[in-house]
Design a protein around this ligand. Structure first.
Ligand SMILES: Cc1ncc(COP(=O)(O)O)c(C=O)c1O
Length: 478
């Protein structure tokens, strides 16, 4: 038996696949094809290792893997054997030739990971993220909480408790949001929060009032819940609060920085919106996606801080201040919605990634979060300054109105007959990613044509060079 077995286990160190992978594949294949039959005792790990001139750990790991897959079993006092009763599967297993596995591995390595092109909106500069500090904190929480951080934790469907505490504290002191930590729900980004709110609060006959132009992801979430949209116009001050009551069940808005125009809603309009939702008996979702980035003045307190009706749901995200792929967003829910939201959250998954949530809690509590925001603010302010200066030097035919903060600059065309979609397409052909303002509108007549430029993820040199390309393309449309 040994002879046959050794003969089938040809390992090749030049292959990209690890020896452990090669050994387990060969053994699996030999069992599946019946070359090694059920009940056969395998050589000890020491014997096989010395026969194949490989490390014993490699053999142990390959045996372990096949035991986990159910091909092998351990017999007390005898050793490892091919599980009884497997029979020959009679399946034609295509031999995994060396060339095949090398090819498949190459295919995997060829996988492209795209990076944002200038001027993709709402992209943080991920190079500013303090990854080594984050990893130290990650190791620290893993040591501190051990297995507790690794098991299912369905009692934490609304998030890692320490993170909920730390966020409540952050929102109280920085955004004027008065809430207990039990009101905080952690979600997989704010997009998941919007989707779940749609499922929780809306039904087929519901009406959602939302900004036009506005965030298309929110519209998609509400439409998916079956709601109809009522589009609220946006002007140079931000969203115009509705006058007529009519039926509205939910209002979605971005008061701190209207997305995508960039306007900050003045207090009078904020109070008008709050009075409106009270009259209409509607919920309000305040999407506060990037208010940390105000460069010349401190951020305005949230709309939530003015609300006395308990009908405002505050929504935030770590995608802009930290990393989009972290997928951590959060909601501040009124008491009456917490239990319902938790049940719904449990339908999607027991909880979000606990290791990242615990690391983020540590990052907040140890202050790394705040110094990271300060660092980003400083860098982004400089990039904004470069962006505006170069745009002016190049005499772009665009008006930039809201230049005190944010991650994007929306330029409105001086000539209101410009086809911003055509311009955006031409810019894309020139290798840039500049969205048309009308991409965010359901009815382009609601607002002037324009272009949305994200500037935060790009170095001053990239901003300068890419704006020169923008100027060349725009010249063709003059
Ligand atoms: C206004 C607004 N809200 C919400 C989001 C979603 O963010 P995330 O799901 O990454 O938290 C975005 C993304 O760009 C956005 O622009």
């Amino acid at each position: 038996m040994k002879r046959t077995l050794w003969a089938t286990l040809a390992l090749d160190r030049r292959q990209p696949a690890t020896l452990q992978d090669q050994l387990s594949s060969s053994l699996r294949e030999a069992i599946q094809t019946g070359s090694i039959s059920s009940g056969t005792m395998l050589p000890s790990t020491r014997e096989l290792a010395s026969e194949l001139a490989i490390s014993r750990n490699t053999v142990i790991a390959a045996y372990d893997r096949l035991m986990g897959e159910g091909y092998l079993e351990s017999k007390p006092r005898s050793g490892i054997m091919v599980r009884e009763g497997l029979g020959s599967f009679g399946i034609a297993v295509a031999p995994t030739s060396k060339t095949d596995s090398r090819l498949s591995l190459k295919r995997r390595l060829k996988f492209e990971v795209p990076l944002p092109k200038p001027f993709h909106p709402c992209q943080p500069d991920v190079n500013l993220f303090p990854m080594s500090m984050w990893n130290r904190m990650r190791n620290r929480v893993l040591r501190r909480y051990g297995a507790g951080l690794l098991h299912y934790q369905s009692s934490f469907a609304l998030g890692w408790p320490e993170l909920r505490h730390a966020l409540a504290e952050y929102l109280r002191s920085n955004r004027g949001v008065q809430c207990g930590w039990q009101n905080i729900a952690i979600t997989s980004g704010s997009q998941q929060a919007l989707f779940l709110l749609g499922q929780l609060l809306l039904k087929r006959s519901s009406v959602v009032a939302c900004e036009n132009p506005g965030y298309v992801g929110a519209r998609a979430a509400f439409l998916h819940a079956g709601a109809k949209l009522r589009l609220l116009p946006v002007d140079e001050l931000g969203v115009v609060p509705p006058q007529k009551t009519g039926q509205v069940d939910l209002v979605y808005a971005t008061p701190s920085r209207q997305f995508p125009t960039g306007a900050t809603l003045p207090v009078a309009r904020r109070t008008a919106l709050l009075e409106y939702i009270q009259r209409a008996g509607a919920w309000m979702v305040e999407d506060d996606y990037d208010s940390e980035f105000r460069y010349t003045r401190p951020p305005l307190p949230s709309l939530h801080s003015l609300d006395r009706s308990g009908r405002v749901i505050y929504l935030g995200t770590m995608s802009k201040v930290l990393l989009p792929t972290l997928r951590i967003g959060y909601l501040v829910l009124p008491d009456s919605l917490v239990a319902g939201f938790e049940s719904l959250r449990l339908v999607t998954e027991d909880h979000g990634p606990m290791i990242d949530q615990a690391t983020l809690a540590e990052f907040l509590l140890q202050g790394g979060f705040y110094s990271h925001i300060r660092r980003c603010r400083k860098n982004y302010a400089k990039r904004l300054e470069v962006f505006l200066r170069v745009a002016e030097q190049l005499r772009l035919p665009l008006e930039f109105r809201f230049t005190d903060g944010g991650m994007n600059q929306t330029g409105l065309f001086h000539d209101s007959s410009t086809d911003d979609v055509a311009v955006s397409k031409a810019l894309s052909q020139a290798g840039l990613d500049v969205r048309a303002l009308s991409h965010y509108s359901s009815n382009t007549k609601q607002y002037r044509p324009g272009l949305v430029f994200g500037f935060t993820a790009f170095s001053p040199a990239t901003i300068r060079n890419s704006l020169k390309v923008v100027a060349q393309v725009l010249e063709k449309f003059a």
